[in-house]
Design a protein around this ligand. Structure first.
Ligand SMILES: Cc1cc2nc3c(=O)[nH]c(=O)nc-3n(C[C@H](O)[C@H](O)[C@H](O)COP(=O)(O)OP(=O)(O)OC[C@H]3O[C@@H](n4cnc5c(N)ncnc54)[C@H](O)[C@@H]3O)c2cc1C
Length: 396
C-alpha cells in the first residue's frame, strides 16, 4: 500500500485534470491516476482546438460556460501562455423563423453575455464567406473563442502538480473497493487508499464502473474532424471569420465550422447535432479498440459536402483534405452526469460530456470537488442526476 489521500481522481482528461487541480488548490491531498503515458491522444480531450461558446439551448449550460470563461482566464494567467483565444466570435445561424435562436437569445441576456442578433442582410454584409437564403438569422457571440486543448491539459496537470498534487500516468485503475471508512484503489502498478474517489474516465466510464455494480446509459462514439481547402486565400482566416454553427432543423442535421487556424488554408467543418448523434449512438465503439473499429462514414462527408456547396462559396467541397478521428461519450439526451454512485457515497462519477464538455472543464472540476467534499454546490445539480442514466445492475 503506497499512501493515503483525501481524494483520488481516475482519468487525466480535461475533467479529471480540472478536478484534481481544483482539489489541490484548496489544499486537499489529491492523487490523479491516468492509464496511458501523458500526454496521450487516445481519449476525448486531445487535439489542438475546442470551441468555447456560451450560447446554448439549455440555460444552466449557459451559466456554466460563462463561469468557466473566468476560470479559464485564471488558468491562462497562471500558465503564462495563451490557452484560450478570445473574441474569435461565434455565429449561431438558423433558418426562418429562427425559433431556437429566440430562446437562446433570452438565456444570453439573462447572463449578461455580449451578443448581437443579425438579420440575413447583416449576415450577408458582415460575413461574405457565408451564403444563406432570405429570412435566415444569427446570434453573434463576440467573446466566443478557441481553447487550445493540448495546452489546456498540459497546464491543468502542471498546475495540479505545482499545487502539491500527485500524478501517476501509466497507472490503469483495475479495481475500486469502497468501504465504510474510505476507498481502496488498485492499479496495474500499486494500490492506494483515499477518503473519496472521483471517476472521470471518459469513454471508459462503464468499464471502470462495472465492478461497482452499475452501468450508465452512455456510449463511446466516433467523431470525425473534417478539414477542407479554402479556394480564396485568407477568406476564412480566424482573425476575420468566426466559428459558426447552423442549428436549422428542417433537414434534420446541424453543421459546425471553425475558421482556418490549425492548418493554414484549411477550415474545419463537420456534422454536429441531433441527427449525427442519433446515428453515432446506434453504433458505439470499444474505446480499447478504437483504431480497428473507427471508420469515417460516407454519410458524414456527404452532409458536409452538401453544406459547403450551399453555403460556403470559397471552400473546395469536392473532398476533405484531412480527416481525423476522435471519440467522445454520448448520453442518450446529450446531458452530463455529475453525481454520487447510488450505493457508495464515497464514489463520485462524471460522464456523458457528449461532444460539448471541454469548455466546462473547470466548472465541472469545482462541482465534482464539492460533491466529493460534501459541500453545497453553487449550481443546481438536478439536470445531472445519475438516476436517469442507470442502465442495469451487473454483478459485483
Ligand atoms: C471531435 C471532438 C470535438 C469536440 N469539440 C468540442 C468543442 O468544440 N467544445 C467543447 O467544449 N467540447 C468539445 N468536445 C468534447 C470534449 O472534448 C469532451 O467532452 C471532453 O474532452 C471529455 O473529457 P473527459 O475528461 O470526460 O474524457 P477523456 O478526455 O477521454 O479523459 C478520460 C481519461 O480517463 C483515462 N482512463 C480511462 N479509464 C481509466 C482507468 N481505468 N485508469 C486510469 N485512467 C483511465 C483515459 O485514458 C482518459 O485519459 C469534442 C470532442 C471531440 C472528440
Amino acid at each position: 500500500m503506497d499512501s493515503s489521500y483525501d481524494v483520488c481522481v481516475v482519468g487525466a482528461g480535461v475533467m479529471g485534470s480540472s478536478t484534481a487541480r481544483h482539489l489541490a488548490k484548496i489544499g486537499k491531498k489529491t492523487l490523479l491516476l491516468e492509464q496511458f503515458p501523458l500526454p496521450h491522444w487516445r481519449g476525448s480531450s486531445h487535439g489542438q482546438t475546442r470551441v468555447f461558446r456560451c450560447v446554448d439551448p439549455e440555460p444552466h449550460i449557459v451559466k456554466m460556460a460563462n463561469d468557466a470563461l473566468k476560470m479559464w482566464r485564471d488558468i491562462q494567467n497562471q500558465a503564462g501562455e495563451t490557452i484560450l483565444i478570445e473574441n474569435v466570435g461565434m455565429l449561431e445561424v438558423e433558418e426562418p423563423p429562427g425559433t431556437n435562436l429566440k430562446t437562446e437569445e433570452h438565456y444570453l441576456r439573462r447572463e449578461n453575455i455580449d451578443y448581437q442578433f443579425l438579420s440575413s442582410k447583416d449576415l450577408k454584409d458582415q460575413f461574405p464567406g457565408l451564403v444563406y437564403g432570405p429570412g435566415y438569422c444569427a446570434i453573434y457571440e463576440k467573446s466566443a473563442g478557441i481553447l487550445m486543448a493540448d495546452k489546456c491539459l498540459k497546464h491543468l496537470q502542471k498546475q495540479f502538480v505545482e499545487s502539491g498534487g500527485t500524478l501517476y500516468d501509466r497507472s490503469e485503475v483495475i479495481k475500486i473497493q469502497p468501504d465504510a471508512s474510505g476507498v481502496t484503489v488498485l492499479t496495474n502498478r500499486s494500490s492506494y487508499r483515499c477518503k473519496k474517489i472521483i471517476v472521470t474516465a471518459g469513454p471508459w466510464v462503464n468499464k471502470v464502473l462495472k465492478p461497482l455494480g452499475i452501468q450508465l446509459d452512455v456510449k463511446p462514439v466516433q467523431a470525425p474532424f473534417l478539414y477542407w481547402k479554402v479556394k480564396q486565400p485568407g477568406a476564412y482566416d480566424f482573425t476575420k471569420f468566426p466559428i459558426f454553427y447552423d442549428v436549422s432543423t428542417s433537414d434534420g442535421r446541424y453543421v459546425y465550422g471553425l475558421p482556418s487556424f490549425e492548418y493554414p488554408g484549411l477550415i474545419k467543418l463537420g456534422p454536429a447535432g441531433k441527427a449525427q448523434q442519433e446515428a453515432a449512438y446506434s453504433t458505439p465503439i470499444d474505446p480499447d479498440m478504437r483504431d480497428s473499429t473507427m471508420t469515417i462514414t460516407e454519410g458524414s462527408i456527404a452532409a458536409a459536402k452538401d453544406y459547403i456547396k450551399q453555403h460556403l462559396p470559397f471552400v473546395d467541397g469536392t473532398k476533405p483534405a484531412i480527416v481525423e478521428l476522435c471519440m467522445y461519450t454520448l448520453s442518450f439526451d446529450r446531458n452530463f452526469i455529475l453525481d454520487k454512485h447510488p450505493e457508495y457515497n464515497n464514489v463520485i462519477i462524471a460522464a456523458g460530456f457528449s461532444g460539448q464538455g471541454f469548455k466546462h472543464g473547470p466548472v465541472v472540476g469545482k462541482i465534482l470537488s464539492d460533491l466529493a467534499l460534501d459541500r453545497l454546490s453553487a449550481y443546481d445539480l438536478s439536470p445531472f442526476r445519475i438516476s436517469k442514466y442507470l442502465q442495469q445492475k451487473s454483478s459485483l
